[in-house]
Write a protein that binds this ligand. Structure first.
Ligand code: HPA
Length: 275
C-alpha cells in the first residue's frame, strides 16, 4: 500500500481540528525511556493515534500511542509518545507516516531518541551517544514507491541526515551540563530478535557503534522532506556476544529508567536552544 499526499493532509487536518492555530516547530519521537516527556508538556493537547485517520497504533512495551502538542522549554513541540516499528508488522512507510504529517503541521526539526545495543567495546552500557550517521542497508527504504514531490525529490541526498549544526549544539550543551556524550554511528536492524554475536561483529566492522530497531526509517523520511534532525541513543546494554549474558527487554527498560534524568536534561537543554 502506498499513502497519497491527500491522506497525509487528511491526518494533518484532523489534528488541526484539535489543536486549532497552534503550530508545532519541533517534532519529538521518544523511544524507550523518554516517552514520559509527553507528560510534562505545558498547555498540552493530546491526540490519541486512534483518533487520527490513517495512523497506526504502536504496540511496543513502554510506548503510549498519542501525539502531545504544547510547549516544552518554551518551544512549540509535538511529542510522539510511542513510535511504530517494522517488527510490529508495519511497513517502513507506515513506520514513518507521522513524520510527514508533523511536517505538514509546521515542524521543521525532528528530535529522535532510542535505546540501542552498544557495539563499541570501549564504551559502557548506560552511556549516551549522539547519532552522527546511520547505516540502514539491506532493508527496504520508507521512500520506496512513487515519489511524493510535495515532500521532496526522488533521490534525496543523505550526506547530512543528522544536521551538523544540531550535532554541534548537542556537543556544546552536553559539555556545559557535564554530561558525558559519546558520538557515533547507529546501525539499523529490523528485529524483533536481538542481533546475533556474528551480526554484532559485522556491524562493528561496518563502522557501527550501536545497533537498534528504530530511528533510521523516520530520519530518512525527515531528511527527504527537508527537516533538520538531532538524534540520541541510550546505550542500554552491550550488544550480543560482547558480554557472556543473554539480552532481555527488562534490561533495556531498566537502563532507560536509570538514565532518564540525565537523558532528559540533555534533550530539554538542546530543545531550548533550537530556534
Ligand atoms: N539491539 C537492538 N535493539 C536494541 C538493543 C540491542 O542490543 N538494545 C536496545 N534496543
Amino acid at each position: 500500500m502506498q499513502y497519497t499526499f491527500e491522506q497525509y493532509q487528511q491526518s494533518a487536518d484532523a489534528i488541526r481540528e484539535q489543536i486549532g492555530a497552534f503550530q508545532p516547530k519541533v517534532a519529538m519521537i521518544l523511544g524507550s525511556g523518554l516517552g514520559y516527556m509527553g507528560d510534562i508538556v505545558e498547555d498540552a493537547v493530546a491526540v490519541p493515534y486512534q483518533q487520527i485517520p490513517h495512523f497506526k497504533v504502536s504496540t511496543a512495551p513502554g510506548h503510549k500511542g498519542r501525539l502531545v502538542f504544547g510547549t516544552l522549554e518554551g518551544r512549540p513541540v509535538a511529542v510522539m509518545q510511542g513510535r511504530m516499528h517494522h517488527y510490529e508488522g508495519y511497513s517502513y512507510e507506515e513506520v514513518a507516516y507521522a513524520v510527514r504529517v508533523l511536517r505538514l503541521l509546521g515542524c521543521d526539526t525532528l528530535i529522535v531518541t532510542n535505546a540501542a545495543g552498544c557495539v563499541n567495546r570501549d564504551w559502557k552500557a548506560g552511556e549516551l551517544m549522539l547519532i552522527t550517521d546511520h547505516i540502514k542497508i539491506f532493508m527496504e527504504s520508507p521512500l520506496r514507491g512513487e515519489n511524493l514531490p510535495q515532500f521532496g525529490v526522488r533521490f534525496p541526498d543523505a550526506s547530512h541526515l543528522y544536521t551538523p549544526a544540531l550535532q554541534a549544539l548537542a556537543r556544546r550543551t552536553a559539555g556545559e551540563l557535564g554530561i558525558s556524550l559519546r558520538e557515533g554511528v547507529y546501525m539499523y536492524f529490523p528485529g524483533p530478535q536481538y542481533e546475533t554475536p556474528a551480526e554484532v561483529r559485522f556491524a562493528r566492522i561496518a563502522g557501527a557503534d550501536a545497533v537498534g530497531m528504530s530511528t533510521a526509517p523516520e530520519v530518512i523520511v525527515a531528511g527527504h522532506c527537508g527537516m533538520q534532525v538531532l538524534g540520541f541513543t541510550l546505550l542500554s546494554n552491550m550488544a550480543a556476544g560482547i558480554l557472556d549474558q543473554p539480552l532481555s527487554e527488562e534490561e533495556v527498560l531498566e537502563a532507560g529508567a536509570a538514565s532518564r534524568d540525565k537523558f532528559s536534561r540533555l534533550v530539554l537543554a538542546c530543545l531550548k536552544q533550537i530556534g
